[in-house]
Design a protein around this ligand. Structure first.
Ligand SMILES: Cc1cc2nc3c(=O)[nH]c(=O)nc-3n(C[C@H](O)[C@H](O)[C@H](O)COP(=O)(O)O)c2cc1C
Length: 494
C-alpha cells in the first residue's frame, strides 16, 4: 500500500481492496449499543472524517425504534431500499406501531438468537445493519464504518452482509481474534456463502461447529457484486497485529491499536490477574505496544484510547500512525445515541470535575474488563444492581456450550444463577456479573419494562479520560457537536 497524500490533518488515500481507500485522520470509534448511531456517524463522515456505526444488538434497536413509531420516518425510508422487500415488510408488520408504544408497556422482543435461527431472524439482523449504514451514508460521500464484536459470533455474518448491502466502507472488529473475517468479506462481496467457527465451551465434537450464512437464502446471488470493505481489526498488542497479518484468512487493510484506558471493553492485562486498590486490573510493561513493530507492518494504523487531545493526535501522527480512533469525546456530543438525560448528567459531573470511571473486571459476562461510569441511579451501583431480578431476554452475550450428552446450549453468567448453574456453569462465574444487554439498551433510551413493571436501568461506559468533556466546553456551554470534536482534535495538526 502506498500513501498518495501525506498532508497532516487531511485524509489520505491508499490502494485498498477495491477502489482507492480513503484514510481518515480521525475515526469516530464504534460505540455499542447504538451510542454511535447513524446520526453521529453521518455527522462525522459529512464533516470529512470517518463515522462508525455500531452493529451490535442493532436488530433489537431497530424493532424498538419501530415500536416507538419511527419518528421522522428515517427507518422506513431506509427499509424501502433494502434489497429483500419481504423481510422489510414482515418486520414492519410485526413491529411498527405508528402511534408508538403506550408508556409503561414492554417492548415486543425478538426471539432469542439460536444457532440455526430462522430466515426472519437473520433477515432482521441484516436489515438492522443495513438501515444503520444506509442512513449514516446518506447525503455525503465520506467513508462510513461498522463496528462489531468478534466475540458476539452468532449475528456477525448476517450483520456483515447487511452492512455490505448498504455499501459500508470499513469493518472494524475487536473483542476477540477476527481471523476468519477478511475471507467472509471477500465471499460476501460476491454473494457467496461464508462460515465462521463457533467457540464452544467444553466442545468435544470431532467436527467443528460453525455459524453459516448463505446470501442465496435471500436471493443475494441475483444482485450485482458488492464493494469489499476495508477490514481493520482492533488489537491491543503489536504481536496480535503481526499474527493477524500473517495468519488471517484474507487481506487486512490496517489496524486500530487500542490502549486499556479506552472506553467500553478492554483486553485483559497480559500475565496475571493483579488488581489495584480500587479492584481494577493492573496493566504493565508487557501491555505496551511497540510502535516500531506497528510501523514495520507496513499497513496503516490508528491509535485508540486516551488520544482525545490535539497534542495527542499530533503525537500519534509523529509515531507513524495514520490517525486516531476516539470514542469518549463523541459519546457525549449532541448527535450521539446516549439518552439526553444521561448525557446531561454526565456532562454536568464532568464540568464539576466529578466524573469517575472504574474498570470493572467482573461486570461483563464476556469476561473482559469493562469500564463503568459511576452514576447514582444506574447499574454502576452494586447495591442497586442486586435489587434487579436476573433475566436473560436479549441473549447477545451468551456463550455456546456442549452438554454432557453432546447437545449445544447457550448460557450467560448474568442470567438467573440457577439457570446458569443447571447448564453446567460455575457458580463463581456469576458473581459480580451484570446484564449489559439490557443496560446498554437503557443507555440509549430504549429500556425494557420487565415483569412487575421494573424498568431496566443504564450502565454507562467511558474511557478513563473523561476530562475531555470539560476541555471541549468553553465557559457557559454545556453541549457540543461532533464537528466541534473533530475541529478540537485536529486543532494541533498542521
Ligand atoms: C460509550 C462507549 C461504547 C463503546 N463501545 C464499543 C463497542 O461496542 N465496540 C468497540 O470495538 N469499541 C467500543 N468502544 C471503544 C471506542 O470505539 C474507542 O476505541 C475508544 O472509546 C477510544 O478511547 P477513548 O474512549 O479514550 O476515546 C466504546 C467506547 C465508548 C466510550
Amino acid at each position: 500500500m502506498t500513501d498518495s497524500l501525506s498532508m497532516s490533518g487531511q485524509n489520505r488515500t491508499t490502494t485498498g481492496p477495491g477502489a482507492a481507500l480513503r484514510l481518515p485522520t480521525i475515526i469516530q470509534g464504534g460505540m455499542g449499543v447504538a451510542v454511535s448511531n447513524w446520526r453521529l456517524a453521518r455527522a462525522v463522515s459529512t464533516y470529512g472524517q470517518m463515522g462508525v456505526v455500531s452493529g451490535t444488538g442493532i436488530d433489537t434497536v431497530l424493532v424498538r425504534r419501530l415500536q416507538d413509531g419511527d419518528p421522522g420516518g428515517h427507518l422506513r425510508r431506509a427499509m424501502a431500499s433494502f434489497p429483500f422487500p419481504d423481510i422489510a415488510k414482515e418486520t414492519l408488520r410485526r413491529y411498527f406501531l405508528p402511534d408508538g408504544l403506550p408508556s409503561g408497556k414492554p417492548y415486543a422482543r425478538l426471539p432469542l438468537p439460536k444457532i440455526e435461527g430462522s430466515a426472519l431472524q437473520r433477515g432482521i439482523t441484516m436489515l438492522g445493519n443495513f438501515t444503520e449504514v444506509f442512513l449514516a451514508k446518506e447525503g455525503h460521500d465520506g467513508p462510513v464504518g461498522v463496528n462489531l464484536l468478534t466475540k458476539i459470533q452468532l449475528p456477525n455474518l448476517a450483520s456483515l452482509y447487511g452492512a455490505m448491502l448498504a455499501g459500508v466502507d470499513y469493518v472494524l472488529m475487536g473483542a476477540g481474534i477476527p481471523r476468519e473475517i477478511p475471507q467472509v468479506l471477500d465471499q460476501f462481496a460476491q454473494h457467496r456463502p461464508a462460515s465462521i467457527r463457533a467457540d464452544v465451551i467444553g466442545g468435544r465434537r470431532d467436527a467443528p461447529v460453525t455459524f453459516d450464512f448463505d446470501p442465496a437464502e435471500f436471493d443475494g446471488a441475483s444482485l450485482a457484486p458488492l464493494q469489499r470493505p476495508a477490514f481493520l481489526p482492533i488489537v491491543s498488542s503489536h504481536s496480535l497485529a503481526s499474527m493477524l497479518l500473517k495468519k488471517a484468512r484474507g487481506p487486512i487493510q490496517g489496524f486500530v491499536v487500542e490502549a486499556p484506558v479506552a472506553g467500553g471493553h478492554n483486553a485483559p492485562p497480559r500475565g496475571g490477574g493483579a488488581l489495584d486498590e480500587r479492584g481494577q486490573p493492573v496493566y504493565g510493561e508487557r501491555d505496551e505496544v511497540d510502535m516500531g513493530v506497528m510501523r514495520d507492518l507496513g499497513v496503516p494504523f490508528w491509535l485508540a484510547g486516551g488520544v482525545g487531545a490535539p497534542d495527542q493526535v499530533r503525537e500519534a501522527l509523529a509515531l507513524g500512525a495514520t490517525g486516531v480512533q476516539v470514542g469518549t469525546a463523541f459519546a457525549y456530543c449532541d448527535e450521539s445515541g446516549l439518552a439526553p438525560d444521561l448525557k446531561r448528567t454526565v456532562i454536568a459531573q464532568a464540568l464539576a470535575g466529578g466524573a469517575e470511571v472504574h474498570t470493572d473486571p467482573r461486570a461483563s459476562p464476556t469476561g473482559y474488563p469493562f469500564k463503568v461510569v459511576t452514576l447514582p441511579g444506574s447499574n454502576s451501583e452494586e447495591a442497586e444492581y442486586l435489587q434487579r431480578k436476573r433475566v436473560c431476554d436479549l441473549g447477545y452475550l451468551r456463550e455456546v456450550y456442549e452438554t454432557p450428552t453432546g447437545k449445544l446450549g447457550f448460557r450467560c453468567a448474568s442470567e438467573p444463577v440457577d439457570a446458569f448453574v443447571s447448564k453446567g456453569g460455575e457458580l463463581a462465574e456469576t458473581v459480580g456479573r451484570k446484564c449489559l444487554c439490557n443496560a446498554l439498551m437503557a443507555n440509549i433510551g430504549l429500556p425494557q419494562v420487565q415483569k412487575g413493571g421494573d424498568v431496566e436501568r443504564p450502565i454507562l461506559t467511558s474511557g478513563d479520560d473523561m476530562d475531555v468533556i470539560r476541555r471541549l466546553l468553553p465557559p457557559g456551554r454545556d453541549s457540543y457537536t461532533a464537528a466541534e470534536v473533530v475541529d478540537y482534535l485536529l486543532g494541533g495538526v498542521a
